[in-house]
Design a protein around this ligand. Structure first.
Ligand code: GAL
Length: 992
């Protein structure tokens, strides 16, 4: 193999020939030509292929067509290889900076016609906005250069190589290179030219770069401009028509700061932008200017003098069909969805997004942490030995990456922090990046989570810190040691603003505990909120052998090394469906808080700076979930950070129904991201009169019986229920198992960043060991009394001496059938239980149960530590829609605090249940599903679930919490389900 090739793919420098310094991604009226579209393409299995394809007259007729931008592994239905998903692991041997000879290499060619008139251009520049991972470029057979830094922009001067008429551009892309060692983010490896390719005609005396640094103070705006242009480019004029600004800079020396009285500031809540132009005779550059000042004062992170709380998400660029190829419409819809769910901040994990995304963030309003394209997490495996972050040979590559990051996006008001990268250990190269940022941009602090001891960054950041540890960080004098810090370092870290750059791992069903973190943020001003991991599942739309579509994750493409479904950890499913966790997030972080008093409600505006003039307030009263009264609340405009007390309307309280008052803050007018009337915040108050729960029915005289009888709508044979309201039914049987969630399966031992995570065995593994999914029953007793039946069952698993006694008492009184089930565990259970309840199986017969109507908590699923989005009300759903299609099937669909439930078939009621609270006032929840927990647990993807022939009704006395242990803390003890005695009481009737 030619040594030159080895040199190139193993080269730790950032490439050769690209223009430096990097510059802003500007909207200029200078001519440009998009080279997006169809290119000729050839894929080779190794990097050592001849370079003859770069010559102009190379015959590429037997090549194929390839779209640019795209990832070749997502094109051609597998013809060009497959995506690979790994989290921390490198999918190639750790032999830095070398990569294997098996190095998929894509050669691209296309012809373009240089537009007439371009020969006047002083320079012609070829820009690549994103190529993974290393590429070389030729124009008309002349090698122009090479570059790495996959999600960064690279420009090349091609002036001397282009000519009027047709030109040939050739690009060779290697999937693996030395750069792959520093691009080890938790995501799919997706090679190719995946962002735009553009040819730019740079005019003579053009404006090479502009930076309008802005500030805001006490109503005044400030602009500190920087212009990169030759002397001949002057005069240059800055215009902001709306502010009457027309500033002419005759020479470079005239470029100076200017103050503007009375501007409207920019914030994530009110993203006010002013259209500006910077122009000269040769070109006009258009910018959106937002006035804001970012500063750190003591342990406070402030924008425009006010503390910022990040209610953020980590956002990867991911699209189920396009991968990291940017789709502006898709991105805009995603950002609008974030706004509708009260997300106010984005961390661009873990690389700069397509540059247009920042325009959208400026426009729609988000606080952005803009992260550099850098991660070396795989070196964790070798205790960070040889980590590029501390190797001088890599210094220039690190600096090149951060320069390209900051320079490209520096004009965006939405960016309030620069982040050096993610999980790259620590070392002098990171410190050097930070000091470069400090010297270049004094207006934005530097973030990097891996700087645990706070040696070179400005904010204290952590991922997945537990609730107690987060509290310790927010308070002084705590004895809880901070991860990776000596006591002195810990004390110093507490002098800085703190944020959780990742928390609440939203994999599968979960996380729990959003509210616990939010409470801490409200109590301790040093805590500035955080960024949920993460926004969206990265599933790739694939098809089964028989053509059924599904969202693929790690392993589905036959990868040798992969990390399974760890890439499916978003609050939005791959198809764009918000999961219940996103609703929970919205409810927990809602920017308006309501506290009810007897005849008043205190309305608190928790926003950064916006008042409530954009909101209207509504109220309604429901009796057993049916609206009886409603109206508007008169709420004066409340400034940010302020509370107002408002009289409530008189509420009609029903004597024999639950009476609930609901208030809502809704948008008074349509916005760019939601319609008028969109609910921003809501709260409920229970105004019910206390009602007596009927005492449990007793029967004094039990006698041994055959157990074959009819009690109202229930028929029993041998003590077993066989029919309910003329429908075949089996059960009730004890169910202690739920299909483990990803958090139940989590052992947290791969999480090095959480002291609280208990490494070891997952809960799911313990449940399997105890046989919770394979319980067997021995009927101990069947007894009868007048209009009553009693069974006692002993339930246990093979090879276990542990058991649960289940006593079921059926009584018929005045035509009303009641079931009381008492569940009593033996002593010695070594685990928490996933659930405790009873299950009825309802075979389809001629009229399958396909719907439910209930009065209880809803409309979406809820669990003990994720219940804030649920409200008390009357809801209905198809059985199908009660379950969430998590990428890997798992527990789903639990509705808490049930009062009444109707099972329906084709819209007609089939069975009606009333759930009575137990003596401690606890109400059961229910799950209605087309599959049993055992069936769900056995499937790796939704399409692997077996054909369903029955509906399964679970009445759960309790469910275990969700936690975040797939990556982070386990369920908080208050929400863990400890085996103990539970009683369920149900009144059951047929159609009413
Ligand atoms: C973090 C990492 C993320 C992601 C997450 C788990 O350690 O920064 O990229 O891997 O864990 O999903």
């Amino acid at each position: 193999m030619p040594s030159e090739l080895t040199d190139l793919v193993s080269d730790v420098t950032p490439g050769r020939g690209a223009l430096r310094p990097a510059r802003s991604w500007l909207h200029s009226d200078a001519p440009s030509l998009s080279l997006n579209g169809s290119w000729r393409f050839r894929l080779s299995p190794t990097a050592s292929v001849t370079e003859d394809f770069a010559v102009e007259d190379f015959d590429d007729h037997d090549w194929e067509d390839m779209a640019v931008p795209s990832h070749w592994v997502l094109e051609g239905d597998g013809a060009y290889g497959r995506p690979i998903y790994t989290n921390v692991q490198f999918p190639f041997p750790m032999d830095p900076p070398h990569v294997p000879d098996e190095n998929p290499t894509g050669d691209y060619r296309r012809v373009f016609e240089l537009p007439a008139g371009w020969t006047d251009a002083e320079r012609v520049v070829l820009r690549f906005d994103g190529v993974e991972s290393l590429f070389r470029v030729w124009v008309n057979g002349v090698e122009i250069g090479s570059a790495s830094g996959s999600r960064l922009a690279h420009e090349f001067d091609v002036t001397s190589s282009v000519r009027p008429g047709d030109n040939v551009v050739a690009v060779r892309v290697h999937q693996w290179s030395a750069a792959s060692y520093v691009e080890d983010q938790d995501q799919w490896w997706l090679p190719g030219i995946f962002r735009d390719v553009t040819l730019l005609a740079r005019p003579a005396a053009g404006i090479e770069d502009v930076w309008l640094r802005t500030g805001f103070d006490s109503g005044r705006g400030h602009i500190d401009p920087e212009v990169v242009a030759d002397a001949a480019a002057f005069p240059i004029t800055l215009r902001i028509p709306e502010l009457g600004v027309e500033q002419v800079w005759a020479t470079k020396d005239d470029v100076a700061p200017l103050d503007i009285p009375e501007v409207t500031p920019w914030s994530a809540e009110r993203p006010h932008l002013y259209r500006a132009t910077v122009s000269n005779a040769a070109e006009t550059i258009s910018l959106s200017v937002g006035f804001r000042t970012v500063e750190i004062r003591g342990d406070q992170f402030l924008v425009n003098g006010r503390r910022v709380v990040f209610h953020g998400v980590n956002r990867h660029e991911t699209h189920p069909e396009r991968g990291r190829v940017f789709d502006e419409q898709h991105a805009r819809e995603d950002l609008a969805l974030m706004k509708r769910f009260n997300v106010n901040a984005i961390r661009t994990s873990h690389y700069p997004p397509h540059p247009r995304l920042l325009d959208l963030a400026d426009e729609l309003g988000f606080w952005v942490v803009l992260e550099c394209d850098l991660e070396t997490h795989g070196f964790h495996k070798v205790d960070w030995k040889g980590n590029p972050s501390d190797d001088p040979a890599w210094r220039e590559a690190y600096l090149d990456r951060i320069r390209r990051t900051v320079e490209r996006d520096k004009n965006h008001p939405s960016i309030v922090l620069w982040s050096l990268g993610n999980e790259a250990g620590t070392g002098s190269n990171l410190a050097a990046m930070s000091s470069w940022v400090h010297s270049r941009d004094a207006g934005r602090p530097v973030h990097y989570e891996g700087d645990h001891a706070g040696e070179y960054t400005d904010v204290y950041s952590r991922m997945y810190a537990s609730v107690p540890e987060t509290e310790a960080i927010g308070t002084d004098g705590s004895r809880v040691p901070l991860l990776g810090c000596t006591p002195a370092q810990g004390a110093r870290q507490r002098t800085k603003p703190f944020l959780l750059c990742e928390y609440a791992h939203a994999m599968g069903n979960g996380p729990g505990a959003f509210d616990q973190y939010e409470e801490l943020v409200r109590a301790h001003p040093r805590l500035h909120g955080g960024f949920v991991w993460e926004w969206r599942d990265h599933g790739i739309l694939a098809r089964t052998a028989d053509g059924r579509p599904f969202y693929a994750y790690g392993g589905d493409f036959g990868e040798t090394v992969h990390d399974g479904n760890f890439v499916m950890d978003g609050m939005v499913l791959s198809d764009g469906t918000p999961t219940p966790s996103l609703h929970e997030f919205k409810a927990v972080v809602q920017p308006v808080m309501f506290s009810f008093e007897a005849d008043k409600v205190a309305v608190t505006n928790l926003r950064h700076s916006a008042d409530t003039s954009d909101l209207r307030f509504r109220w309604r009263v429901e009796h057993d979930g049916r609206v009886v009264e409603s109206g508007e609340l008169e709420v004066p405009v409340i400034a940010a950070g302020v509370s107002g007390r408002v009289p409530l309307p008189p509420v009609t309280v029903a004597p024999d129904a639950e009476s609930w008052l609901t208030v809502e803050a809704v948008l008074a007018a349509e916005t760019a991201w939601a319609p008028q009337g969109h609910v921003v915040a809501t709260a409920q108050a229970d105004r019910s009169v206390r009602r007596r729960v009927p005492a449990a029915r007793t029967r004094p005289e039990w006698r041994a019986g055959t157990g074959t009888l009819a009690l109202g709508v229930a028929d029993f044979v041998g003590g077993s229920l066989v029919r309910l309201a003329d429908r075949a039914v089996s059960g009730p049987r004890l169910e202690l198992f739920r299909a483990p969630t990803d958090n139940d399966e989590g052992a947290s031992d791969e999480v090095e960043h959480s002291d609280a995570a208990v490494p070891g065995v997952s809960n799911a593994e313990l449940w399997r060991r105890e046989g919770l999914h394979r319980l067997t029953t021995r009927r101990v007793r069947v007894e009868q009394a007048a209009d009553a039946l009693r069974t006692v069952d002993k339930v246990s698993a093979a090879n276990s001496a542990l058991f649960v006694m289940v006593e079921c008492v059926w009584t018929l009184d005045g035509g009303e059938l009641e079931l009381r089930a008492q569940i009593e565990p033996s002593s010695g259970w070594p685990t928490v239980w996933p659930r405790v309840g009873i299950r009825f199986d309802l075979p389809d017969g001629t009229q399958p149960i396909d719907g439910a109507e209930w009065f209880g908590l809803g409309p979406l699923e809820s669990y003990p530590d994720s219940i804030r989005a649920a409200r008390t009300g009357r809801f209905s759903s198809s059985v199908r829609d009660l379950s969430v299609d998590y990428a890997r099937p798992q527990e789903t669909g639990h509705r808490s605090a049930l009062r009444e439930l109707s099972l329906t078939s084709g819209g007609m009621e089939v069975l009606h249940l009333v759930a009575l609270p137990d003596t401690r006032g606890r109400r059961p929840g229910f799950v209605l599903s087309r599959h049993t927990p055992q069936e769900i647990a056995a499937a790796d993807h939704p399409h692997e679930l077996p054909a369903s022939v029955a509906t399964h009704l679970h009445i759960d006395a309790a469910q275990h919490g969700l936690g975040s242990r797939a990556c982070g803390p386990d369920v908080w003890p208050d929400f863990a389900l400890r085996p103990e005695t539970y009683t369920l009481r149900l009144q059951i009737s047929g159609p009413r």
